[in-house]
Design a protein around this ligand. Structure first.
Ligand code: SAH
Ligand code: MG
Length: 213
């Protein structure tokens, strides 16, 4: 049923440029994680409905989602953070090819260091796409809230950690248990936070949408 719905929905999805289809295929074949189609729909919806001009992305991988967001509007600027050299280099080469007007600014750093610097520089973003280091989401949250404009949104991907987050603590491995506990803590933080309105969607690997009041 779900698969049939996915195929059906593709009929109504805005077509992607050829190069993005190719990047998506390459990423999937090399097991590079990239955002799902419904998660992409959610990003596109908010980018356009909120007339977003400034995006912060945490977790560039090879640049697929940054390039996807760039295609959603032509006056949109994206800052994106990646810590792994090889991924960063591959993203850079993709940005050189496909981001002709340099609207994407890649940063090679650990996400925590990078967001602390952005905060010191008093940078503000209307949309933040949080898509890295699942175990750190809670630690990033207070800084990300400061980096968000009022009315802006934080979209967090993979909050179900491949479904592990709903398993009993005892059914998951030690490493996953830590991520599992921390993701649960993140979900508690965002749903109880006085500055946020939060929506948790069971689509793909779980997406949380938080709007700053
Ligand atoms: N947003 C991408 C996918 C990102 S996958 C897309 O949809 O196309 C998550 C990425 O986050 C990986 O490339 C990983 O190397 C990076 N990452 C993980 N932990 C990080 C950290 N602490 N700081 C910066 N990047 C990190
Ligand atoms: Mg993801």
């Amino acid at each position: 049923m779900e698969e049939r719905i996915d195929v059906f929905l593709e009929l109504f999805r805005e077509e992607l440029p050829e190069y993005l289809l190719k990047l998506e295929k390459d990423a999937i074949s090399k097991n590079v994680p990239i955002l799902g189609h419904t998660t992409a729909d959610i990003l596109r919806f908010y980018l356009r409905s909120l007339h977003v001009k400034n995006v912060l992305e945490i977790g560039t991988a090879v640049g697929y989602s940054a390039l996807f967001m760039r295609e959603c509007a032509n006056d949109l600027f994206i800052t994106t953070i990646e810590k792994i050299d090889q991924r960063y280099e591959e993203a850079l080469s993709n940005f050189n090819k496909y981001d002709k007007d340099s609207r994407i600014t890649p940063i090679k750093a650990d996400a925590m260091d990078a967001i602390v610097s952005l905060k010191k520089e008093e940078k503000r973003f209307q949309l933040i796409f949080l898509d890295a280091a699942k175990g750190q989401y809670s630690a990033y949250l207070p800084i990300l809230i400061d980096l968000m404009e009022e009315g802006g949104v934080l979209i967090a991907d993979n909050i179900f950690h491949n479904g592990a987050v709903v398993e009993s603590r005892y059914a998951v491995t030690q490493r996953d248990r830590t991520i599992h506990d921390r993701l649960r803590e993140f979900l508690k933080d965002i749903t109880e936070h006085e500055k946020l309105d939060t929506l948790i969607l069971p689509v793909e690997d779980g997406v949380a949408i938080c709007q700053k009041k």
